[in-house]
Design a protein around this ligand. Structure first.
Ligand code: AMP
Length: 616
């Protein structure tokens, strides 16, 4: 077991290189480092400010702008200006159903389990590619400000992010040319920024309350031996300071007797901006009072608090639920940490303090606290803090082969050992009774480029339709570096297990070479993975569309049938050509064209069912 640092520019082992901490946020992102005086600092690239709005704009030529420059286009070119991409990372269309209206750009809605894609111009982007654009900008700013190449980073994610969202964040980092040493939970980073958890003998339970512009979450963490464990999380991904602004806007519309239905978008925008200004002012003063044209913008702190009371109570209810899920009482919490711009509102602070019965930590700027903590975590990984015990880590990722020869990582590189992780899989063919499980080690997206450790068959799965069996695959890596791979089909209890020693025959040189290869090939690897995934989706769609017209051609006119076939042929041609963007475009066109037919079929089924019933 070892931890290896490499310089991407020279390919040599390096100990002293700066590792940055990145807070990749829904609204804003920022990058921090540890300065020569050992203090964490947010990087301020001259004149550009600390916060980089997490916004990407594409012009007609497909060139990108990121941050404040991209924000300008939110109003003038909303269709090609992508914001809140973090909400889409690692998510499928099903996951975001009902929230499409939040996004002003085009989401490709295939109505299934595949990952969300975004269309800008005639190109299709995954949230991974868009997040990579933001990370590239942060990397460039850090390099400019620090005057040195920045190739390694720690990136934070919300504690509630699942495996797929974490993997997507890791991929985005790689695509941006960053070696992502660790994905760290945001509440863990915020605690580290306050020095909580840095003493290995410390045992504490803490609550991290994070209220941003559009999201709220609370996490309960247990710290023991320098390890942070998430006991529970709760929150609402559509609640935040923007709701406070909206409440103020409605109040002013009322007070000024404006007709809400007849407001033009310019005035609406002005009301919103003034509302945010008033809200911020009321964090330090008791009254906001301005007049512009015929409109009075007046608000006192007490009224503001009444306006936001229900929303704040909602966050406290989440805290209650999080405590309940962690099986803890409020008195078990030793520390409370505040994160997110909206915790600057004194009423929020007071309510949180009253709920937990203690003063929360709020000394550090709540917009920066997560990035600062990520920088501290980076410094720990760099081995610069001798007072902190560095745990053994696994030097290369461990995973299994999935569809199209892709590597599915189950234990990521740099994970502390001992560790345990698992994921659920299913069959792809009807009546499949065996499942081949191939275990690999390495960082490349295609298993053929990685090191094969073992292969075994899970036999005796009862015959079921494709997708029905539930096969849990668990990786258990013990402190001696022995990996146990367990596969169990949950419906039947069929089970198989093997032991492997992943480090057997693995020299430091091999590890180093595998890491360098993974980085030099990162871009082509991710592109290949995306193509394989697009192909999988395209092929599935051809299959479903063909089955559909085979069974239901009677509901289509001959022209519709002909055109469906033309779309299918076009998608087939794209599949054999192998261009990801064209495959996704043709798949989208086929989907769009056939969607009304599926609806027609449903309507017919409903009216048929109604006919048989007597309605009094
Ligand atoms: P974040 O998503 O963490 O960057 O938080 C942004 C939210 O914090 C926005 O809703 C801002 O309006 C809000 N915010 C920023 N500064 C203040 C302040 N001084 N008082 C109250 N809310 C603020």
């Amino acid at each position: 077991m070892a931890k290896i640092s490499i310089n991407l520019a020279t390919g040599s082992l390096q100990k002293e290189e700066i590792i940055v901490g990145i807070d990749l946020g829904t609204t804003n992102s920022l990058v921090a480092f540890i300065d020569p005086d050992k203090n964490p600092k947010v990087i301020n690239d001259t004149g550009k400010g600390l916060l980089v709005p997490s916004i990407v704009h594409f012009n007609a030529a497909g060139d990108t702008l990121v941050g404040n420059e991209a924000r300008e286009f939110l109003i003038t070119d909303p269709a090609n200006t992508i914001f809140s991409v973090k909400r889409l990372l690692g998510r499928s269309y099903k996951d975001i159903a009902g929230h499409q209206d939040t996004f002003s750009y085009k989401l490709i809605d295939e109505g299934n389990d595949s990952l969300v894609k975004i269309q800008a111009g005639d190109k299709f982007y995954t949230p991974i590619e868009l997040s990579a654009e933001i990370l590239k900008e942060l990397k460039a700013r850090a390099e400019h400000a620090l005057k040195t190449p920045v190739n390694r980073a720690v990136i934070t994610v919300p504690a509630y992010f699942n495996d797929s969202q974490r993997q997507a964040t890791r991929d985005a980092g790689r695509l941006a040319g960053l070696d992502v040493l660790r994905i760290v939970n945001e509440p863990t980073a915020a605690s580290l920024a306050y020095g909580i958890g840095l003493d290995p003998t410390e045992q504490k339970t803490i609550a991290v309350y994070d209220l941003g512009g559009g999201t709220f979450d609370v996490s309960i963490l247990a710290i023991q031996n320098g390890i942070f464990e998430v006991l529970s999380t709760n929150g609402n991904t559509f609640l935040g300071g923007d709701d406070f602004d909206r409440a103020i806007v409605h109040y002013w519309i009322d007070k000024n007797k404006l007709d809400a239905t007849a407001l033009d978008s310019g005035l609406m925008q002005q009301l919103r901006l003034k509302a945010e200004e008033a809200k911020k002012a009321l964090s330090t003063q008791n009254l906001f009072n301005e007049k512009s044209g015929e409109i009075w913008y007046t608000l006192d702190r007490h009224t503001f608090e009444q306006l936001i009371e229900a929303k704040v109570t909602e966050t406290l209810n989440s805290c209650k639920q999080a405590l309940k899920d962690a099986k803890l009482a409020v008195t078990d919490i030793d520390e409370v940490v505040m994160v997110g711009g909206s915790t600057r509102t004194p009423y929020v602070k007071a309510q949180v303090a009253a709920f937990f019965g203690r003063q929360p930590h709020d000394r550090i700027n709540p917009d920066e606290v997560v990035a600062l903590g990520a920088a501290i975590q980076a410094d720990i990984l760099a081995g610069n803090r001798s007072d902190i015990l560095l745990l053994d880590v696994t030097p290369l990722s461990l995973g299994i082969e999935t569809m199209g020869g892709l590597m599915d990582v189950i234990i990521a590189r740099n994970a502390k050992v001992p560790t345990k992780a698992g994921r659920q899989y299913t069959t792809s063919i009807d009546g499949q009774v065996n499942m081949k499980i191939s275990v690999y080690q390495g960082e490349r997206d295609l298993v053929q480029e990685n090191r094969k450790l073992a292969e075994f068959d899970l036999k005796g799965i009862p015959s079921m339709p494709a997708g029905m069996p539930k096969v849990d695959i668990n990786f258990i890596l013990n402190a001696d570096g022995i990996l146990t791979v367990q596969a169990i089909e949950l419906r039947s209890g069929v089970k198989q297990e093997i032991d492997i020693t992943p480090s057997y025959g693995l020299t430091d040189d091999t590890v180093e070479k595998m890491l360098i290869d993974s980085i030099t090939h990162a871009e082509s690897d991710v592109a290949q993975r995306m193509l394989i995934e697009a192909r999988g989706e395209g092929e599935q769609l051809v299959y479903t569309a063909e089955r559909f017209i085979e069974k239901n051609s009677f509901i289509l006119t001959s022209e519709e049938l002909e055109n469906t076939k033309i779309h299918i042929t076009a998608l087939r041609a794209a599949l054999s050509e192998g261009n990801k963007d064209i495959i996704l475009k043709k798949a989208d066109e086929l989907n769009e064209f056939t969607r009304p037919f599926a609806e027609r079929l449903m309507d017919m089924a409903v009216s048929k069912a109604m006919k048989g019933k007597a309605i009094d």
